[in-house]
Design a binder for this molecule. Structure first.
Ligand code: AP5
Ligand code: MG
Length: 220
């Protein structure tokens, strides 16, 4: 029952997924990415995937009830199984999703902390247009900052490294607008509950990791 339930909040491309993967290695925390979950459903052409596909491609949020159903069952399973706890990367993303999370956690469980990744728009766009992701294992690269050793080939599994459909500059602009109108209100929501910690995401990945670890370790 002691596993932490951490939320990584922040606009697209601020390094939430990168740091969640590092915290898996460093702290044994289990990353649960709502975007990865939806991309998996889309790849499998499941009913959820078919509902989500157009929203994801356009950079809009999928309906709350669709993503909440997917995430709440995953959260409960992994909170039970992981001693260290979980990181919610990309969920909740609206106030109704945050309320559904609160209501959906088992009795005695609560959100431990919310890490809000802060980065300016120009750097966000620069990072996202140069992001590449392995189509097989999902490992994230960046042709500017963290390229794969062999062009287009995943270092870990040899899979094909490709660009996400929503990583085009026009879609990134929509994702930033969507973040501002629908997700940014969560900053005040969690600040008022005393749970918010700002992370300066413009530093090197190693420096950001040190800050993320400092916050997590301060929780005890
Ligand atoms: P999702 O997959 O969650 O995308 P996102 O929030 O837009 O975030 P990103 O994955 O783009 O960025 P990130 O912060 O993980 O950055 P990363 O570590 O990759 O969501 C996709 C879509 O699914 C949404 O648009 C929506 O349609 C739908 N969806 C998901 N959740 C939903 C929800 N709750 N409700 C409704 N709809 C939902 O880093 C970015 C790049 O920068 C990488 O190339 C990385 O290598 C590089 N990088 C990272 N850190 C550094 C650093 N310190 N210095 C230099 N480069 C760095
Ligand atoms: Mg991500």
């Amino acid at each position: 029952m002691d596993g932490k339930c951490l939320i990584f909040l922040g606009p697209p491309g601020t390094g939430k997924g990168t740091q969640a993967a590092r915290m898996k290695v460093a702290r044994g925390l289990v990353p649960l990415s709502s975007g990865d979950a939806l991309r998996h459903e889309i790849k499998c052409d499941s009913p959820v995937g078919r509902q989500a596909e157009a929203y994801v491609a356009q950079g809009k949020l999928v309906p709350d009830e669709v993503i909440t159903g997917v995430m709440l069952s995953a959260i409960e399973t992994h909170l039970q199984d992981s001693e260290a706890g979980i990181i919610l990367d990309g969920f909740p993303r609206t106030v109704p999703q945050a309320e559904a999370l609160e209501a959906g956690l088992a009795p005695g469980r609560q959100v431990s902390a919310v890490l809000d990744f802060v980065l300016d728009d120009a750097e966000i766009v620069a990072r996202i247009v140069s992001r590449r992701v392995c189509s097989n294992c999902g490992r994230t690269y960046n042709v500017r900052f963290f390229p794969p050793k062999r062009d287009g080939i995943c270092d870990v599994c040899g899979g094909e490294v490709e660009q996400r459909v929503d990583d085009r500059e026009d879609v990134i602009r929509t994702r930033l607008e969507t973040y501002r109108s629908e997700t940014a209100p969560l900053v005040a929501y969690y600040r008022s509950r005393g749970l918010l910690h700002e992370i300066a995401a413009g530093e090197s990945a190693a420096a950001v990791e040190a800050e993320v670890r400092r916050v997590i370790e301060s929780l005890g």
